[in-house]
Design a protein around this ligand. Structure first.
Ligand code: FAD
Ligand code: AMP
Length: 465
């Protein structure tokens, strides 16, 4: 007797999206979660990290209120961060979202089973020795922070994003190891709230060396450096040594070696899939030597019939919204429908640093490497009225298009780039011509006019460009 249509292992964005979408299509679903529903994203990732970034935004705004003609009635007019209160606020947001998600799962009649799910060799899921029978299984066990030997996290001196997203205290001096998306976001927060911040990245470039168009990465690095982040690219760090006052961290760069003393080291060198010890290989589910579950991305099916995998545990972009999209593909496959697979070359990417970085599609370098003859037009936010009004004129819109052809990639850095991406994501995926997008009206005054101007420039004419 089969109890469920689908049993999902892991209740993060991948797993809970599969459960909610599957239940909305009439499937009977069990969701096995060993910790809190919401996974990394809600509990110790996207949501708390963005709450801290918003605090940094308020901090900047408050301390620059005088620029807008707003002065304190009394006092010095400078503001400080109360990280205990920040942490309380973050916890409040997380609790509301986790509570809302739990309610939604209940209303959709998804059975949430608490415990660690493992696969048995016959392809069933077992939780604490109890087998849960289902026609299909979805693996959505997600990922966890990677560590470096000698940098084992203790949650106080050496930490990962798991700790920093929920901490109630701020270090005075911090070294962030890794300048990828997570490291850059934390460096941005720390710098803006007055923490003495050093960023050490193994690759040349220093900030976001992999992923975005490098013109954007350089613009972000310049902005962070101007605000006080000490960035060391091409850096080899040695394990920290504890001292009476903190920790000493030695590092080497092509220009020489140096040491810094810090109170905390945040290790942000990437994330590894959670797949070890869960019986995957024994159940016939192929796993790569780096621990990713191998899938056919047309269906998200693993090598074992009836078992699917989605989210960070598969080797696709480690983003919550990619996990959502993969959940829909897996459920449609289970329903016997023909899903539209995720086009991984055109997913939306956002880095919520100050300034924000957002893109979809090919970078200039990728487009050239793919052999396209390309045209590029850019528009700087320094020429945009709304950017001046909100006091954030750093950044630009950069459009990469095939010569006399469709848009291949859109790259944004600047105010609300995260929200501006939506139109551009659509244009890239619709394979629109830049002049088609340029012919649409963008409201005035708005940040989106920068996009309209960059698109219009492809016609050889312009308004304010
Ligand atoms: P996870 O969210 O990791 O969830 C997996 C779940 O499975 C966990 O709850 C875990 O407890 C559970 N689990 C694991 N093994 C078992 C088992 N054997 N039995 C039962 N349960 C199990 N992405 C974005 O798109 N936007 C962002 O702004 C963003 N910011 C981020 C900021 C930080 C600091 C971090 C760390 C990540 C961020 N991400 C962001 C990435 C995002 O969090 C992940 O891509 C997303 O959480 C992946 O979802 P998932 O369901 O695959 O895995
Ligand atoms: P992401 O995968 O986006 O979280 O980025 C992780 C970043 O950490 C990448 O830019 C890596 O190059 C960087 N990185 C990995 N290992 C190290 C290391 N040992 N020291 C410094 N940076 C590292």
């Amino acid at each position: 007797m089969t109890d469920y249509d689908v049993v999902v292992i892991g209740g993060g964005p991948g797993g809970y999206a599969a459960a909610l979408y599957g239940a909305s299509a009439g499937l009977r679903i069990a969701l096995v979660e060993g910790d809190a529903v919401g996974g990394t994203c809600l509990n110790r990732g996207c949501i708390p990290a963005k709450a801290q970034l918003q605090t940094a935004e308020v901090f900047r705004t408050a301390n620059h209120a005088g620029d807008f003609g707003i002065n304190p009635v009394d006092g010095s007019g400078t503001f400080s961060a109360d990280w205990g209160k920040v942490s309380e606020r973050t916890t409040g947001i997380v609790d509301r979202l986790v509570g809302g998600l739990s309610g939604l799962l209940k209303r959709r009649k998804v059975e949430v089973i608490r415990g660690r799910g493992v696969l048995t060799p016959n392809g069933e899921v077992s939780v604490d020795g109890q087998a849960i029978a289902a026609k299909s299984v979805i693996i959505a066990t997600g990922s966890e922070p990677k560590s470096i030997p000698g940098f084992e996290a203790d949650g106080e001196r050496v930490v990962t994003s798991d700790h920093s997203t929920r901490s109630g205290t701020l270090p005075k001096r911090v070294a962030v190891i890794g300048g990828g998306v997570i490291g850059a976001e934390f460096a941005s927060v720390f710098t803006d709230v007055g923490v003495d911040t050093t960023l050490l990245e193994a690759l040349p470039g220093g900030v976001l060396p992999i992923g975005p168009d490098q013109e954007l990465a350089r613009t972000l690095a310049k902005s962070l450096a101007a605000r006080g982040t000490k960035i060391h690219a091409d850096a080899r760090v040695s394990p920290p040594e504890r001292t009476a006052n903190g920790m000493v961290l030695a590092y080497e760069t092509p220009t020489g070696s140096d040491k810094i003393e810090v109170d905390q080291v945040l290790v942000a060198i990437g994330r590894a899939p959670v797949s070890a010890g869960l019986g995957f290989a024994e159940a016939g589910v192929e796993v790569t030597d780096r621990g990713f579950v191998v899938v056919d991305t047309n269906t998200m099916a693993t090598s074992r019939p009836g078992i699917y995998a989605i989210g960070d545990v598969v080797e696709t972009p480690g983003l919550a919204h990619v996990a959502y999209a993969e959940a829909i593909v897996a459920i449609k496959s289970i329903l016997g429908e023909t899903p539209v697979p995720v086009d991984y070359t055109r997913v939306p990417w956002v880095v919520y640093t100050h300034p924000e970085v957002a893109w979809a599609g090919l970078t200039e370098a990728e487009a050239k490497e793919a052999g396209f003859e390309i045209d590029i037009h850019k528009y700087k936010f320094s020429g945009n009225g709304r950017a001046m009004i909100i006091g954030e004129t750093d950044g630009l819109v950069k459009i990469v298009a095939q010569k006399n052809g469709p848009i291949l990639g859109v790259h944004l850095i600047g105010p609300w780039a995260s929200e501006l991406l939506a139109e551009n994501y659509l244009a890239v995926n619709w394979q629109a011509l830049p002049e088609e997008v340029g012919a649409f009206i963008h409201p005035h005054p708005s940040l989106s006019e920068a996009v309209g101007e960059a698109m219009l420039a492809f016609t050889g004419r312009s308004l304010h460009g």
